[in-house]
Every structure is written in C-alpha cells, then in structure tokens.
Design a binder for this molecule. Structure first.
Ligand code: ADP
Ligand code: MG
Ligand code: MG
Length: 506
C-alpha cells in the first residue's frame, strides 16, 4: 500500500531533513550526483559482500529451497540515528522486558484487557483457550519458566509544528514477544556498512557504526534457558513453518547456540512434524524424534495462517502443557498483543507494574497515543477523530508480521465498515508517528536501485527468563534498524516492505 502525504507533512518533513541531516547523511546527499556514476559498481560490491557473509534469504520463487538463494534486502548506507536516543532505547529495554513479564503473569489484567478481543477475534481466542487450559487449572502441571526473546521497535518522531532537532522523540511502535526476527542478519550489517562507507571514502570512526552482538546474545539467552532446564541431553527445538524464506536468520541463531555449547542438539520442525514425531511422556516431558526437548523457540505460530488445521492448535497446546521451556510461553505471546500495549498506555496502568516512578516515566515517554475501540462514547470519539484525520492515525488488528495495519484511505474505509459492529473492539487506533526522511539506496532482489527518501525503525532486542514472582535473567541484547521508502506505510522485511540497515552516529 502507498500513501500520498498531505502537503503539510511534506513541508514539515523537508524542514526536518535540513535541520537533522548532518555530516554523513549530508555527504551522501552532496555526493549523490558523483555517486550515480559509480552506483552500480558499489551496489554489486555490496551485494557480493552480503552474499559472502551470510546476509541471505531464500527467494520468493523457491521459498523452501536452499539451492537458489539471494542476499537479504539491505540499505547501501547506514542511517543517522541520534546517539542519545539510541542509548535511551537500550537503557529502558530491561524495564520493558520486566513490564511484559509482569503483565504476562497477571491473569486478571490479561483477562480484563483482552476480554472484548477474545470475544471478537478468533485467533486471540484460540491463544486464550490454551492459556486458560494450561495455566489456570487445578493440576498446575506446567513449566513455570518462560523465555522471552523480545524486540521493542521505535520510530523517531518529529512533533507537528516543531522541527527543532533536539525535540526528536523516541516513540514505540510496538513490542514483539514472539519470533522477533532478523538478529541473525542484523549483526553483520555493521561490517557491511563499514565496508560501503570505506568504498565511498566517507570518513567515519568505528564507534559511529556501533557494534551489534544481537545474534550471539539471543543464542546465549536460549542456552541460559536450556541450562535452567538442567538436563544435559535435552535439545532445543526451533518451531518453523514449512516455507521458511528467512531460514538463514534462524540458522545464525542455531550456530550461536552451537558456539556457546556444541553438545546441545537443535531441531527444526513444523507443527505437523511435531505432531507426527512427538508426544508428552508420563513425566510431562516433550519427546520429539527421541529427543527430550528443553526449549521450544517459536519462529512460527504468530499468525492465523501458521495453523492449517485444528491439529496444529492441538500441537501448540501439547507443547504448552509440557515441561519444555517455551519461547514464548502463551502468556508472553498474549502480553505482546497490540491490545495490551494500548491498555498499558492508559493513564496509571503501566505504573501499576513498574512502581519506580522514574523508570515508569522513562517507558511512558516513549508511548504514542493509543485508543481503545470499545463500544461506547470513547470508542466513538476516537473513530470520529480518526475519520477526520485519516493520515494522523494507524488502525491495528491483533496481528503480527507486517502487512496487517490500515493507513490513510484504507483506514477510512475499514473504520466505516467496522464502526457499528462489535468487531471494532478487536482493533486499536494509534497516533501515527512521522520520522524524518533521509537519503539512501535500498537494495532489494529484482528491483532497480536508486536514491530514495527513506525512514527508519529502530528495534532493541531483549532477553528475559523468569517465572511468577522471580526473574532469573534480564538483559538488553543489541539492535536492529529497518528502513523503507517514505511512501511505504507498512513495515517488515519478511513482508517485503523494509530492508536491513544499521545506525550511524553523527
Ligand atoms: P507488526 O506486528 O505487524 O510488525 P507494527 O505495529 O509493527 O505491526 O506495524 C507494522 C508497521 O507499520 C511498522 O513497522 C511501521 O512501519 C508501521 N507503523 C505501525 N504503527 C505505526 C505508527 N504509529 N506510526 C507510523 N507507522 C506505524
Ligand atoms: Mg509485531
Ligand atoms: Mg512491527
């Protein structure tokens, strides 16, 4: 989907570019004409670097085969991110980890917040049913430890009518608690960008394109959880879909596990495979292909299309019931829903979970305005406001993975359709964030390359391992920058909207 920005936001954003773009971005801007002549050479050098260093994806045509593969889409240059905001995002990650951990262990809060969504959205209802069956029953026979590999995503917002660079704000777009992807490819973008900058003879210090250990750190998180399972023979199971274009991202995490501890077996299996090859034994252990599974890492299962039949749901439930440590457990999965994020943004709600007022304030500062679409006056008012200003809002269903939200004209028609039906309560409305555009070249297989106005989204990874009332491990674990053209509303690399990038400090 594309949008035409209204003239007001164009003027604002252009003004912001002038103020915001300093040395490196300006160097790219001014050398654009000379660069154009060398562009194809530099692009081919960059593509070969990506291919030789494992920044890879399977192709659209052969999504299940590693015989023909391609480089993963990437930006030719790093994107300017103010160091102070980058550090701020990193600093608050462990608090976000803890917040979601606490939310996930508060049954009443989950139930109250998700009530109307459960009633109107079949997917959330299925997750909820598993949650209730496993964690809210008499037997209490479940694995209390949860593993979270989270990623909190932000855009740098330029407040309307105010383009003083110091006023740029870090605004959270969402926080992911399931299948937070691309760490396996993102860590290498640092070296790729140091290479392309050098090819262009653009001077930079190494600290200006900061080191990123996201891949190793996420693997280390899995190994920490595996340690807590306390059985040296246990394996780690990567739960995948049958078509995995992003397999190499996952492989890097697998190799990271191997690097930490080469004795740990890793398996890659689908819901169907686990159904065919697995069972839960009399001691509640998950056994698959003869391996006892210590940790299940979900890289599938976050969208309705991951579940082809009821049997796949039954398999998810079987896994959830077992002693295996789930990444994520279904309560972590539910805590990551858009509805929970909207509820947390309401006055005083986040503060109940994070009693330290300074810490709570640091998190709250990153929240954009979010509105519930419950039936009633408040929901009606939010819808009315959004219909008046269709470019100032984003309409979000309870979905993950990119490509599900509504913007501009599509937001308008969807809201008109939903307005009078209960179904609207399964959506939330969010204030639209407008980052300042920069210039870059986005390299995507099969697409022509050119300089474009682009905007970026900064993700911070975090690992948490805990159970009700106790946290065993809580760490900020590196970053991801994804960049897309200014005209693109949606995000996501796997969904085809954005490309891999890395930050550059002026
Ligand atoms: P998903 O779970 O599908 O990734 P997101 O909430 O991250 O859902 O939305 C997908 C994309 O839509 C984001 O990557 C971003 O590009 C865009 N987006 C989402 N919310 C906003 C917002 N409030 N302002 C601007 N863009 C947004
Ligand atoms: Mg998401
Ligand atoms: Mg997202």
């Amino acid at each position: 989907p594309s949008r035409s920005l209204n003239s007001q936001s164009f003027t604002r954003e252009n003004k912001a570019v002038r103020l915001f773009q300093h040395t490196m971005a300006a160097a790219i801007l001014t050398s654009e004409s000379t660069l154009k002549e060398n562009l194809s050479l530099i692009v081919s050098q960059a593509k070969d670097w990506a291919l030789t260093h494992g920044i890879l994806m399977r192709t659209q045509h052969f999504p299940s085969s590693s015989d023909v593969v391609s480089y993963a889409p990437f930006a030719l240059f790093p994107s300017v991110i103010p160091k102070s905001l980058f550090n701020e995002a990193k600093l608050i990650q462990t608090d976000f980890n803890l917040l979601l951990h606490k939310v996930a262990h508060d049954h009443d809060f989950l139930q109250k917040s998700l009530k109307s969504v459960i009633a109107t959205d079949g997917f959330t209802q299925k997750l909820w049913d598993i949650y209730e069956a496993v964690y809210n029953n008499e037997t209490k026979k479940y694995q209390p430890l949860c593993l979270g590999l989270f990623r909190s995503d932000y855009m740098l917002h330029f407040p309307q009518n105010d383009s003083v660079p110091s006023k740029v704000q870090l605004k959270q777009i969402e926080i992911n608690t399931i299948a937070s992807s691309f760490a396996g490819l993102a860590y290498n973008m640092v070296s790729l960008h140091r290479y392309t900058m050098s090819l262009l003879k653009l001077p930079f210090g190494e600290e200006q394109i900061p080191q990123n250990n996201c891949s190793e750190e996420l693997s280390a998180g899995m190994v920490q959880a595996w340690d807590l399972y306390k059985k040296p023979e246990a394996a780690i199971l990567f739960l995948i879909s049958s078509e995995e274009r992003n397999i190499f991202d996952q492989r890097w995490l697998e190799y990271g596990v191997f690097k930490c501890n080469p004795t740990i077996a890793t398996l890659r299996l689908t819901f169907q495979d686990i159904h065919d090859l697995g069972h839960v034994d009399e001691d509640n252990n998950l056994i698959v292909s003869g391996y006892e599974i210590g940790v299940v890492y979900f890289r599938s299962g976050y969208s309705p299309c991951s579940y082809k039949t009821q049997q796949d749901w039954d398999t998810r439930k079987m896994i959830e019931c077992s002693n295996a440590i789930k990444c994520p457990s279904v309560n972590y999965h539910l805590a990551g829903s858009k509805k929970i994020q909207q509820e947390l943004s309401q006055p005083g709600v986040l503060e109940k979970f994070i009693p330290d007022p300074q810490k709570a304030q640091r998190l709250r500062k990153t929240f954009a305005k979010q509105y519930s679409l419950e039936m009633g006056l408040e929901g009606d008012e939010a819808i009315g406001e959004a219909l008046k200003n269709i470019n100032s809002f984003v309409l979000k269903p309870q979905r993950e993975g990119g490509g599900n939200n509504f913007f501009g004209k599509e937001l308008q028609s969807q809201l008109l359709k939903l307005k009078d039906s209960e179904e609207r309560t399964s959506y939330i409305l969010m204030e639209r964030v407008f980052p300042s555009p920069q210039r870059n070249v986005l390299i995507q297989p099969g697409k022509s390359v050119r300089f474009d106005d682009v905007i970026s989204e900064l993700g911070i990874y975090g690992v948490i391992i805990g159970e009700a009332g106790q946290v065993h491990y809580n760490k900020e674990t590196g970053h991801l920058v994804r960049t897309k053209t200014l005209e693109t509303d949606e995000g996501g690399i796997a969904a085809g909207f954005a490309v891999l990038d890395s930050p550059y400090f002026n």
